[in-house]
Write a protein that binds this ligand. Sequence first.
Ligand code: SF4
Length: 292
Amino acid sequence: MTSAPGQEGFGPEIRHVPEEKARAGAARRRRSGTAETHLGTVRRARRINRILGETYPYAVAELDFDNAFELVVATVLSAQTTDTKVNAVTPTLFSAFPDAQALSTADHSAVEEIVRPLGFYRSKAKSIISLAGQIVDEHDGRVPETLEELTALSGVGRKTAFVVMGNAFGLPGLTVDTHFGRLSRRLGFTEEQDPVKVEKDVAGLFPPGDWTMLSHRLIYHGRRICHAKVPACGVCPVADLCPSYGSGETDERAAAQLLQYEFAPGREELHRRYLEGATRRELREEGYSLGR
Ligand code: SF4
C-alpha cells in the first residue's frame, strides 16, 4: 500500500494503482475475447472485497441507530433521500418516540413535522407509525428477525429487511441499493439491472459471512470514489481489477478532486480520525460533519 505521488493528504492506507497497471489490466481483459470463468470472477471479486476492506476499515451502516427499532425506522425514512438528512432528524424523532409503542400511538401531524425535511413526509410518517403498530400488535413490540416477517411490515422492502438483518441482528444480508447495483455491474459481478437478480449473482461470488460488510464497502466506494456520473478511476484502489476502468476520470490529480466524504480534498483530518478508530458518534461530537 502506498500513496499516489502528488496526492497530498491521500492516506498511505489507500492502495495506489499506477495508471499503466490499470490500463494494462483493462486492455488484457478486452484482448482475451473470452468471458471470465466463474472461478476467475470469484477470485477477482474476493480480491476486490479484500482491498475495499483495507480502504474502508471503518465501514458501517451510515444511518445512525442504537437498536433494531431505530434502524428499521431510519431505513424506511431513507427512501429517496440521503442518510445524512435522515441522521439529522432521527435524534428528535427517537427522543419524542423512543420505541414502537410510543411511535404507534403518535399524533400523525407531530411525526410529519419532524420528518418533513426528508420529503414525502406524509407517506413516510404514515408508514413508520403503521410499522410501529405492526411491531407492537404482531411481534410484542420487538422487531422481527426474518426476511418474511420484516418484509411484511409497512414500508419495508427486501433492501430494508437486509439492512436490519445484517446490522441489527448479525444475519447475512446483501443490501442492493443504487450504489451496490451500479458497482456490481461496473466490477463485472453481474449484468443484471433487477435488484433481486443482482443479489442472486453477487451472493454466488461470496460466502454469506461476507455479505453485510461487502454491502457496506460497495456503498462506501460508490459514495466516495466510484460515482454514478464520473467515477474517480485515477485514484481507485481496485482500478487494475475493474473491467470498467477508464469509464471515469483517469488522471490522478483530476480524479482526486472528485473524491467525496472523508476523502474529499481538505478532509484529511476526518479521514485520519476514522482510521484511528473514532466512531461516527464521537466524530460528530468533535464537530465533524460526516456527509458530503
Ligand atoms: S472508480 Fe473506475 S476503476 Fe474504480 S471501480 Fe469505479 S469504474 Fe472501476
